[in-house]
Design a binder for this molecule. Structure first.
Ligand SMILES: CCCCCCCCCC(=O)SCCNC(=O)CCNC(=O)[C@H](O)C(C)(C)COP(=O)(O)OP(=O)(O)OC[C@H]1O[C@@H](n2cnc3c(N)ncnc32)[C@H](O)[C@@H]1OP(=O)(O)O
Length: 209
């Protein structure tokens, strides 16, 4: 899955950078559709959870943020510790460009959201993002190794806050973007309802502490 993900990310990068003639684009489109048909020979439904995923921990091979198998993930390489901290490393490429040469602001928000959620998840405080506030302080350039750090803040019932920041690895003193998030853990019965279409018990967005 990771090898296919790597290959497809190369393909996505090539697809958004190519300047080949139209006939070559048409030939490539035929090949891409053949490959899609081959993969669909055995595929899960829209709401089904991949057999390799664990709905209790919430780790996902096809996460659009960090999933090794996802062609659209930058991908973020994330880690966390049980004291409610998370880090992420990523170098963002052309598929996630916003203004020329810069990372799309929505992608910056997505990366920050992920490390925020991961920080509290690591401390047993699963939750859905209820609010996300991002301050974009400096342009974030493509092709630059980036470091994200997050830590859990206050907890109050089902609510947990967290803070995160984004820097370039070679200039850690310059904050490029920072975020605050409020996460709300689902009640067990609400989680059963929200995730009923998966046919699985999904505990990763409820509070377990
Ligand atoms: C291991 C890998 C880690 C992976 C991380 C993956 C991260 C992915 C992050 C996401 O993408 S999450 C998806 C995006 N978010 C959503 O889809 C959330 C959609 N919103 C909801 O489902 C509900 O609005 C929500 C669960 C957030 C709250 O609904 P509830 O019915 O559970 O809450 P309720 O209304 O009972 O409110 C609970 C408390 O929270 C408060 N609250 C609710 N929404 C709020 C809000 N938006 N702002 C401030 N406070 C809020 C509310 O006032 C109340 O306070 P009190 O307990 O003091 O009364």
């Amino acid at each position: 899955m990771g090898e296919l993900g790597d290959a497809l990310r190369e393909l996505v990068d090539a697809a958004v950078r190519t300047e080949v003639p139209e006939a070559e684009l048409e030939a490539a489109a035929v090949l891409a559709r053949e490959l899609a048909a081959r993969l669909r020979a055995s595929a899960r439904g829209l709401h089904e959870i991949a057999r390799v995923d664990d709905p209790e921990t919430g780790e996902r091979w096809y996460s659009p943020v960090y999933g090794p198998g996802s062609p659209v993930a930058p991908p973020l390489v994330a880690s966390d510790t049980p004291d409610g901290r998370a880090t992420g490393r990523v170098t963002v490429g052309k598929p996630h460009e916003g203004p020329p040469g810069l990372v799309h602001g929505g992608v910056v928000a997505t990366l920050l959201d992920h490390v925020l959620a991961r920080a509290l998840r690591a401390a047993g405080r699963g939750g859905l993002t209820a609010t996300l506030t991002v301050r974009y302080r400096r342009p974030v350039h493509l092709g630059v190794p980036l470091l994200l750090t997050a830590e859990m803040g206050e907890t109050d019932g089902r609510r947990t806050t967290a803070h995160a920041r984004l820097v370039a690895e070679d200039s850690p003193e310059v904050v490029l973007a920072e975020a605050e998030g409020l996460f709300i853990a689902l009640r067990a019965e609400r989680a059963a309802d929200v995730f009923s279409a998966t046919g699985r018990t999904v505990g990763a967005w409820t509070s377990r502490s």
